[in-house]
Write a protein that binds this ligand. Structure first.
Ligand code: OTU
Length: 656
């Protein structure tokens, strides 16, 4: 019998032995209907939770007993869930694919930079509705440490909101009001590490063994040195090395990111249990999507880069199965910005056959799109995207152009070589180009994370600045501005038409440029990512209704994108697939979405600054007989057997 079959049999046996006891306990705690539903959910997900936890902790704990205590957390979560959230649970149990709808559009912002605080966000819901938003990701908002805190990714209390933003009650109210407007709230949960001022870390420093075991602490350099031999550095310049000597602790603490961010020890089942209970509390506050930060780093293995280890996936599978029992309305989203071959595994595409995250970032799409506009050539994108595996059913990508982090140029040697360029050379070109250091570059970004040992560097800058808007505005050049506006809209027209859930990063819809004021703040000055985390410019946003202005042009484009999605059912994720098409014009990215009922949608994006054409037969290849552009943002036309695309333009073609 294989290990997996044994595990499954063990899981079945454990549940058989417990079913009655749990049915009775649940029956006492909940009314009949709720109780039946919960028992059914436990039954449904028990094997997945069991197998994941057994493969992690069989040597540490009695697995069924450990799982019993997680079920206690599940039960108390269900008991504590409001009527409204229980109703949401039920709605989503019967419609588990609610988030795969073509109407989904996401928006990502910092509550303070967007609207002052959580209460302020309520006042801006109208603005989000104008953009067609159905999903709002608020950047880290749980109580961070004072001083430098990596943009909120160093949390001291996961059960409190950053006092500058409001309270847990404010968060609950906001979640409810958003829900009334059809908007799902997503927040960050920093699962990989805590701030060194978190109560667990303080107690570890005070010598409590229980809490020392929550972290990875070494008495001397022997093991840290051994690990360092194969560990990369995430912030080579800001926070070199992966271990920090901490005097009170009397040891070297594992700190992948900054010295004040202590990695948690997930080999310790107590850490898993703590984090699961935190997830449940957030679910009961009304958070609908939990963005699990830095998940690739959650498991360490000597001799590896300590990223994407199989156990990191088992941890997420365990969380996911238990969350589905406790709060079935809630989705898990992986923040895994990893090489293209490792991405889809976070959606559960691996050999355990167990679901993992519902959502994950399509980092590869983002990277190759910027590469395409820099080179005016879509072949690398076509090649790299064609190699990506399709996400498993019931899951999807979050597509995006920009986020709060730097852009790491995740282009493999293999993909680069297949299009005749060298991987390292191309990555260096992209860093130079987007820093504005390459002749003819339109971009005004900056380098981030320069590593003198490897020669690697990443890129900071807002989408508008990287797409050429900052340069055009500075030079006061209307032709350059036309191109830059088109370029930014082109990038968004691809991610809105690719499939998955497109994310608008705050300010892109009105073309906010780099904000250099972070240089005046000593806790931020060294981290150029702050240049693309500007404050919302509401005066500029006020011009969104004025057609001739930069803001008016962009905002109208974003609105059109959201509107076009709702009338393009090929963009539903439930039953459709996407694949790029190879064809003869290197300047045009072509992709086709196929839906069994609604047919095909062919996307064509001309990444060049001059007009381009592709053969109309491409429509036939995509399965279209009577092609018509449903996006209608650029004037394309078909003549002489070719589809003619204006400079930097996109069409979404379906059967008319
Ligand atoms: C995340 O990013 C956050 O998005 C960052 O803002 C944080 O600084 C960081 O975690 C630490 O909390 O390496 O360069 O594969 O790419 O976790 C950013 C995942 C990062 C990593 C990601 C990380």
């Amino acid at each position: 019998m294989g290990a997996r079959t044994t595990l499954r049999a063990d899981a079945r046996r454990a549940w058989r032995e417990r079913r009655q006891r749990w049915a009775a306990a649940v029956g006492l705690a909940l009314d009949r209907r709720e109780a039946d539903r919960l028992v059914a959910r436990i039954e449904r997900w028990y094997p997945d939770a069991y197998e994941a936890l057994a493969s992690l902790y069989a040597g540490e704990v009695d697995v069924p007993v450990f799982l019993d205590s997680q079920l206690e957390t599940v039960l108390s979560t269900v008991r504590g869930r409001s009527q409204a959230l229980r109703a949401l649970d039920e709605a989503r149990e019967v419609d588990p694919e609610w988030f795969l709808d073509e109407a989904m559009v996401g928006y990502v912002c910092y509550a303070d930079r967007f609207a002052g605080d959580l209460r302020g966000v309520i006042d801006r819901i109208g603005y989000l509705e104008e953009l067609g938003v159905t999903y709002l990701h608020l950047m880290p908002l749980l109580a961070p440490r004072d001083g430098a805190n990596d943009g909120g990714y160093a949390v001291i209390d996961y059960r409190a909101v950053d006092p500058a933003l409001g309270t847990v009650d404010d968060l609950r109210d906001l979640g409810g009001v958003l829900r009334d407007h059809g908007i799902s709230l997503c927040i960050d949960l920093v699962v990989n590490h805590t701030a060194r001022e978190h109560a667990w870390a303080r107690r570890a420093a005070a010598g409590e063994q229980r809490y020392r075991d929550y972290y990875l602490i070494y008495d001397d350099r022997e093991l840290p040195d051994a690990y360092e031999r194969t560990l990369p550095e995430v912030f080579p310049d800001l926070a070199p090395g992966n271990f920090t000597w901490v005097e009170d602790v009397g040891g070297w603490v594992w700190t992948t990111f900054h010295d004040y961010q202590w990695d948690l020890n997930y080999a310790n089942p107590d850490v898993f249990a703590e984090m699961f209970s935190i997830i449940c509390d957030l679910a009961n506050v009304g958070v609908e999507v939990i963005r699990l930060d830095a998940v690739p780093f959650m498991w360490k293995r000597m001799g590896t880069d300590c990223q994407n280890q199989p156990e990191a996936h088992r941890l997420i599978e365990g969380f996911r199965a238990l969350v589905r029992m406790a709060a079935p309305a809630v989705l898990c989203k992986a923040e895994a910005i990893v090489p293209p071959g490792q991405l889809v595994q976070y959606l559960g595409a691996h050999d355990t056959q167990r679901p993992e995250c519902d959502l994950a970032y399509h980092n590869q799409l983002m990277v190759v799109l910027w590469s395409s506009v820099a080179t005016r050539d879509a072949r690398l994108a076509t090649h790299a995207l064609a190699r990506m595996r399709t996400p498993p059913p019931h899951t999807t990508w979050m597509t995006y152009v920009r986020c709060h982090d730097d852009i790491g140029w995740a282009i493999t040697q293999e993909d680069a070589a297949a299009t005749g360029v060298d991987g390292f050379g191309h990555r260096s070109f992209l860093t130079d180009f987007f820093a504005g250091d390459f002749p003819g570059s339109f971009a005004r970004g900056a380098r981030f994370g320069c590593n003198p040992d490897t020669g690697d560097a990443r890129t900071s800058g807002t989408a508008a600045s990287l797409a050429g808007i900052e340069q055009a505005v500075d030079l006061d050049d209307p032709l350059l501005l036309d191109a830059a506006v088109s370029r930014l809209l082109l990038l968004y027209a691809i991610i809105f038409g690719w499939g998955g859930i497109p994310l608008v990063y705050m300010g892109d819809e009105i073309g906010l440029r780099n904000d250099r004021t972070y240089l005046e703040d000593p806790t931020r000055a060294e981290d150029s990512r702050w240049m693309h985390r500007p404050h919302m410019d509401w005066a500029a946003a006020g011009r969104r209704t004025q057609p001739g202005t930069l803001e008016g042009r962009l905002f109208a484009g974003f609105r059109r994108l959201a509107e076009a999605r709702t009338s393009t059912p090929q963009l539903q994720e439930m039953a459709s697939t996407v694949r790029p098409l190879h064809h003869d014009n290197p300047h045009v990215l072509a992709w086709v979405r196929s839906h069994p009922r609604f047919g095909a949608m062919l996307g064509l994006a001309n990444v060049d600054d001059s007009a381009q054409a592709v053969a109309t037969v491409l429509c036939g290849e995509a399965g279209l007989r009577d092609p018509e552009d449903v996006l209608r943002m650029w004037p394309a036309d078909a003549r002489d057997g070719r589809i003619h695309l204006p400079p930097l333009s996109v069409v979404w073609v379906t059967d008319g």
